[in-house]
Each structure stands twice: as structure tokens, then as C-alpha cells.
Design a binder for this molecule. Structure first.
Ligand code: ZN
Ligand code: ZN
Ligand code: ZN
Length: 136
């Protein structure tokens, strides 16, 4: 818990119980989580508060969002180099076709790709699909 408070202070984020709870959850559970899963995890908290907290964390460079391709957004902890203005989450994500779990592949970096002239890149996502270690 102390680590969570220290982290929020470093990022200059006002400490609220929900922020503490959510951040602690992300730090202790390596993985990606959607709004629904977090609601199930914190049944006493309301959906709006959880959602707003996620948005705050995303704006501050603490978590990044991942689109799972079927309209659900998942969130995962950023690496420590992320800041509010510069999210450097240039890693691929892996989606398991069996358990549908999405994993950040932090050990890989998406290579720079040169677009044909006239195309302006804003962001790039790379989703790899297949079987995760527990399913293969
Ligand atoms: Zn980030
Ligand atoms: Zn799996
Ligand atoms: Zn990620």
C-alpha cells in the first residue's frame, strides 16, 4: 500500500481511496483488465468512479488501453517511462484465442515502419493472436 501512495505522489495525483485500490490491484495482478472485470473485483464501488479513475490513470501515463477487437477496452499498467504527454507503449499485445486473455509483450518493441508519403501516423497497435502459455 505504501508503494501505491508513493507512486501516486510521484506522479502528482491526488490520493483517493478508489485510486489507491485500483492502482494496487494493477500492481499486484500482472495483466490486462476491462471495466467489467474491475467492477466484479470491486463490487462496492460504482462503475462511473472506476471508469473515471481509469481515465485519470490513462491521462497521467500510468495505464494504457488496449482494444480487444470486439469493442471492449482493456487496461494494463504502463512501464515506468510513460508520462502524461508521452506514452511509450510501443510493445505488441498478445490475445489468446482460447482464454481470450490479453498480455502486454513488454520484452518486444514494435519496429518503426515507414509509411508511403502523404500518410501521417498517429498511433500504432499490434495485436498478435494465438495460444498463450497456459493454453498451448
Ligand atoms: Zn503508457
Ligand atoms: Zn490462453
Ligand atoms: Zn501493453
Amino acid at each position: 500500500m505504501e508503494r501505491v501512495i508513493q507512486f501516486l505522489e510521484e506522479k502528482k495525483i491526488r490520493i483517493t481511496p478508489m485510486r489507491q485500490l485500483l492502482l494496487e490491484f494493477f500492481m499486484e495482478n500482472d495483466g490486462t483488465f476491462g471495466l467489467q472485470e474491475l467492477e466484479d473485483e470491486f463490487p462496492k464501488s460504482d462503475r462511473i468512479t472506476i471508469y473515471r479513475t481509469l481515465k485519470t490513470f490513462e491521462d497521467k501515463g500510468i495505464i494504457h488501453s488496449i482494444n480487444n477487437g470486439i469493442g471492449e477496452v482493456k487496461y494494463a499498467l504502463c512501464n515506468e517511462h510513460c508520462t502524461p504527454v508521452h506514452h511509450i507503449d510501443q510493445h505488441p499485445h498478445f490475445q489468446c484465442e482460447r482464454c481470450e486473455q490479453i498480455t502486454c509483450i513488454d520484452s518486444l518493441v514494435i519496429p518503426e515502419m515507414r509509411l508511403p508519403s502523404g500518410f501521417l501516423k498517429k498511433e500504432m497497435e499490434l495485436m498478435i493472436k494465438g495460444l498463450c502459455p497456459s493454453c498451448s
